[in-house]
Design a protein. Structure first.
Lengths: 196, 328
């Protein structure tokens, strides 16, 4: 297993070294070693923000962070989707649709997602950002609709910063937690962008 | 250096009592104040640090703005400065040092401060800063020890310079984020200081290395009061939230949290990333001013209208629990 020794490195070197490792390794596990709690916390946060799972092991004064990248199968699935043709991305930046009455906005968003589910054509990806992330949480009235969209092959990603801001980390019930780099990548790669 | 490292050592220094020392080490205030006459007291402070931006001229400006801030925080007027320089003259081009000093000089000129000397040593790591001497009227010193229950707290600059500087070091900060924090860090606290004096502020401190919480706590402890901070009203650089999420949090923020969190009671709904910003060590941060409610509103309004400075009322001073901060 690949081990990267970041002991003695000043902040934010350990995070940068983790970022570089992530960029080079296609998949699998590796271990980052740091020698202080701040670096351990920082590396853990970064890895999680990139969709990796992290296990922290204490060995004497040092911290061994065992990081696992997203599995090969998921990467392959994404490639297949890309090869299918025009990439359609739906960008949802609020839990309300339109500007005006809030109750109407909530109703319209529900209707939008339900209609999306009924259409023959489906988007490749749904991005939830700002208060839009609330739609994917356990209390959401459109949770079942989003789950159904997932089952039809629509990828749902939610902005991690927003999830943290609205304190929904343990309450998200659909999709994966993403970050601004990934979201921007989606927006650039989209052949068609739909913004309700 | 973290708050914990220094605290123990300072407590063990046998300081003789001198009635002319109007403000000394015991209240962890921004500068030292020594009475010369009935009308004049000397204000002294010193500050230096390693570069936080790539451009040497800008670094010089930031270092001086940062050093002068402590005098403004006491309600004083800085008069003279002496450069403190550490530079690897054998391995780094002297033109870089020149640019740093030019930046520092430009900021001193803006502040009306005369450069009267300095000291330089050879060091593998670049450091720059200033020893500052100013004056204040002995009866008009704005210490951090007179905040009153019922007062409102005004903050004059946004938080997040530590986190964004860390992101910059790691090559992950956006141009816009860098531009914003540079603009904030080169801004002198002079204007805010003049206005707070006009409006009869009770207490003041500037937000620097110990973060918002560290410095607010210094004020709470010295004034023997408590504070309630409205987390949603804290002005922040939004990019800092994203960078904090990516783990670009400076070691200083962790040290500050370790040392100060025992006196902080944060409501569980306050976002964890916002707490990172409250512990984030600031460079050349804003003033935290304690003044009565009406005056606080007038201050925010005047700073906006007359000086185009965005400031916010971020909380209030309460009687109990003393020496503690609640974040709601």
């Amino acid at each position: 297993m690949l081990e990267i020794d970041c002991r003695g490195k000043a902040c934010p070197q350990p995070v940068i070294m983790t970022k570089d490792a992530l960029a080079q390794l296609k998949e699998g596990e590796w271990t980052i070693i740091v020698d202080n709690p701040s670096s351990s916390d920082n590396v853990e946060r970064f890895a999680q923000s990139q969709g990796c799972s992290v296990k922290v092991e204490r060995r004497g004064p040092d911290f061994y962070l065992h990081i696992q990248k997203r599995k090969v199968g998921e990467e392959a699935e994404l490639t297949r989707r890309k090869e299918r043709g025009e990439k359609v991305v739906v960008y949802i930046n609020s839990h309300l649709l339109g500007i005006g009455d809030e109750a109407l906005g909530s109703f319209l968003m529900k209707a939008f997602l339900k209609t999306l589910l009924d259409l023959e054509r489906k988007p490749d990806r749904l991005i939830l950002i700002n208060s839009g992330v609330q739609l994917g949480s356990e209390d959401s009235k459109v949770l079942e609709t989003l789950k159904a969209l997932l089952e039809k092959g629509v990828e749902i990603v939610s902005c991690g910063t927003c999830i943290d801001f609205y304190e929904l980390k343990d309450k998200m019930r659909v999709g994966t937690i993403s970050n601004m780099y990934d979201i921007l990548q989606s927006l650039f790669e989209a052949d068609r962008l739909i913004r309700p | 250096m973290g708050p914990g490292d220094l605290d123990q050592i300072l407590k063990e220094l046998p300081l003789p009592k001198d009635p002319k020392v109007l403000v000394g080490l015991d209240t962890s205030d921004d500068a030292g104040v020594y009475q010369l006459s009935d009308e004049v007291a000397l204000v002294q402070t010193v500050d230096f640090f390693t570069p936080i931006v790539d451009d040497p001229f800008t670094f010089g400006q930031i270092a001086v703005a940062n050093a002068l801030s402590d005098v403004y925080a006491m309600g004083g007027t800085p008069l003279t400065g002496m450069n403190l320089v550490a530079f690897p003259i054998k391995t780094l081009s002297p033109s870089i040092l020149k640019e740093i000093l030019l930046g520092g000089l430009a900021k001193m000129e803006e502040a009306g401060v005369a450069l009267v000397g300095g000291h330089t040593i050879e060091d593998p790591e670049v450091k720059y800063g200033l020893a500052v001497t100013g004056i204040v009227h002995p009866k008009k010193i704005l210490t951090n020890a007179k905040a009153k229950p019922g007062d409102r707290l005004v903050l004059t600059k946004s938080l997040g310079t530590g986190i964004i500087s860390t992101a910059l070091k790691g090559g992950m900060a956006s141009e816009e984020a860098i531009r914003k924090i540079v603009e904030s860090m080169v801004t002198l606290n002079r204007t805010a200081s003049e206005w707070m004096k006009t409006l009869g502020a009770h207490a003041c401190t500037d937000i620097t290395g110990f973060g918002f919480i560290g410095h607010a706590l210094e004020m709470a402890i010295a004034s023997q009061v408590g504070m309630v901070i409205q987390s949603r009203d804290i002005p922040i650089f939004p990019e800092a939230i994203e960078y904090a999420r990516l783990g670009l949090v400076p070691g200083g923020a962790h040290s500050n949290r370790d040392f100060f969190s025992c006196r902080v009671d944060a409501h569980p709904e306050v976002p964890a990333l916002l707490m990172d910003l409250l512990y984030d060590p600031q460079t050349s941060g804003g003033l935290l001013i304690s003044l009565s409610s009406n005056e606080a509103e007038r201050l925010v309004e005047a700073l906006k209208k007359e000086e185009n400075i965005d400031s916010c009322i971020v909380g209030k001073v309460v009687e109990e629990p003393r020496g503690k901060i609640q974040i709601v």
